[in-house]
Ligand binder design. Structure first.
Ligand SMILES: *Cc1c(COP(=O)(O)O)cnc(C)c1O
Length: 494
């Protein structure tokens, strides 16, 4: 299967090339030429499979320049790094209500679902494409991608990784996870700015031919570990397929029945994978896109206008504090009959004037499958507390945003379809806010809040978060957002 650019369909590359390059040279994102379908027989087999086997099966339909055996080998290695029996358990919290926990990986957030796979996919892709330069992974992070990518790529041959994060825009726990990162091929740098500033600078570097030439003369070619990279997105489709299989095998639904997925969204990568799963044959009624008060997506799905001219809010769900959701580009590509010129125009408009609109027909089509909503900070805290009281279920701030939006959706629609709330982080990644929501007591220090949260809930602290305060901080550099390019060059000259 070939991959085409959302901004120019005549650009066609193999899966391995799409993964090595990360982004298309015209600035577009790679999408598969067509979406493979899973049959009833496929689902019968998938239901019997382990999670790594399910991942290998789903990926083998997209990445046909990799063998099933190769993919199974990578998936087995990747998901053996997860703790507990199941890499993504589906927890039944109430009648017809499920939580799909995607945070049992090495950094305790859903980014691990794909970022434990990506280094394997990328290393193999380098071999398959005969790449001789080193690969430089540039990451802009709102907190969780950075750590998961660092953990995934640390000391991987032929690669170096630089992570930029907003200096005041991540939780203390997230910051400490990144600044204590081990490995000889890693660099972590804070910027004075927000996530969008970091992401825009990284995208600028990807589109800057002069910059690429300079990097190449230093022996490096760029790639991305953000969800603009197809190698990041593809493994995410697998957990929607897997969650659906688990619902069937537990007898809760029959094959072909529809379910809702409610997804806490930022860059739109997670929920987009859910949409792709629906194209493959997972029964989906609604995909509910949940935002925090940075509700640019809620407004977009309501009005058809994507407008980034708005105040940026720092919230207790920092991984969703995003105003430019990159992966929406891929979704819109499907909803405008793959009109690449139109997508290129809209993205140009986004860059130049910070907004674009879709047609009424497109909006109508989108609203047939997508529902939207957002949660205020108070809503989020209240849901954490209620779910703990009522279901005895502890959730993090991002998952709580989704649960709150689902509550509103259920109340307004009366839709009784079984619903899976996608849970994206362990509560201990955001101990200060989670403890405050439960006990109305805000403790600034993440380690102290962790201890308090443990004595309040009795929930186990995951091993990767339990001894961070004993680790040495290795990275303290803070730079202006204008200096990101300079920093990248400096790193490659060392
Ligand atoms: C990244 C992240 C999100 C947002 O996911 P997108 O794919 O960017 O929409 C939500 N919650 C957590 C905890 C995250 O790390």
């Amino acid at each position: 299967m070939k991959y085409i650019s959302t901004r120019n369909k005549s650009i066609k590359v193999s899966a391995a090339e799409a993964i090595v390059n990360g982004i298309s040279k015209d600035g577009g994102l790679f999408v598969p030429e067509e979406f493979p379908k899973l049959t009833k027989e496929d689902f019968d087999k998938l239901i019997e499979m382990s999670y790594p086997e399910r991942v290998a099966k789903v990926l083998s339909l997209y990445l046909d320049d990799y063998t099933y055996e190769e993919l199974l080998d990578y998936a087995t290695k990747a998901y053996s790094r997860f703790y507990g029996e199941d890499p993504c358990p589906l927890v039944n919290v109430d009648d017809g209500l499920y939580v799909l926990e995607l945070w049992h990986g090495p950094t305790c957030a859903f980014k691990d679902m794909a970022l434990t796979m990506l280094p394997h996919l990328l290393s193999a892709a380098r071999k398959k494409t005969g790449e001789t330069s080193k690969t430089l992974i540039l990451v802009a992070t709102s907190g969780d991608t950075g750590k998961a990518a660092l953990e995934g790529f640390r000391d991987v041959d032929g690669t170096d990784i630089i992570v930029f994060y907003p200096s005041d825009g991540v939780s203390d726990m997230q910051k400490l996870q990144m600044t204590t990162q081990l490995g000889d091929n890693v660099f972590v740098c804070a910027i004075e700015g927000n996530f969008d500033d970091a992401q825009s600078a990284v995208k600028r570097i990807f589109n800057d031919a002069e910059m690429q030439a300079k990097l190449l003369s230093n022996g490096f070619k760029l790639s991305s570990a953000n969800s603009i990279n197809w190698g990041r997105l593809a493994p995410q489709i697998a957990y929607y397929v897997s969650g659906y299989c688990d619902l069937i095998s537990s007898g809760k639904i029959n094959f072909g029945d529809k379910v809702n997925f409610c997804v806490p969204s930022g860059n739109f990568g997670n929920i987009l994978a859910g949409y792709y799963a629906s194209l493959m044959g997972v029964g989906v009624n609604k995909l509910i896109c949940a935002s925090n008060v940075n509700n640019v997506l809620t407004d977009f799905f309501t009005t058809g206008e994507y407008d980034t001219h708005r105040q940026f809010h720092k919230t207790m769900s920092p991984s969703m504090d995003i105003l430019i959701s990159s992966n929406l580009e891929r979704l819109l590509f499907e909803f405008c009959s793959r009109d690449d010129k139109l997508i290129a125009e809209r993205m140009e408009s986004l860059k130049k004037v910070g907004k674009y609109s879709v047609s009424k027909q497109e909006l109508e089509k989108l609203n047939r499958i997508f529902a939207v909503g957002y949660a205020s900070e108070d809503d989020t805290a209240e849901v954490i507390s209620n779910c703990f009281d009522v279901y005895d279920y502890l959730m993090d701030t991002h998952t709580a945003v989704a649960m709150s939006v689902y509550d509103d959706y259920y109340e307004e629609s009366g839709d009784e379809t079984p619903t899976v709330v996608v849970s994206t982080a362990n509560a201990y990644k955001f101990p200060c806010d989670v403890y405050d929501a439960l006990a109305q007591d805000y403790i600034e220090d993440a380690q102290k809040a962790t201890k308090k949260l443990y004595s309040y809930t009795g929930e186990e602290v995951p091993e990767p978060l339990s001894d961070l305060d004993k680790k040495q901080v290795r990275f303290t550099k803070v730079i202006a957002k204008e200096d990101i390019e300079k920093q990248v060059l400096e790193y490659t000259q060392k």
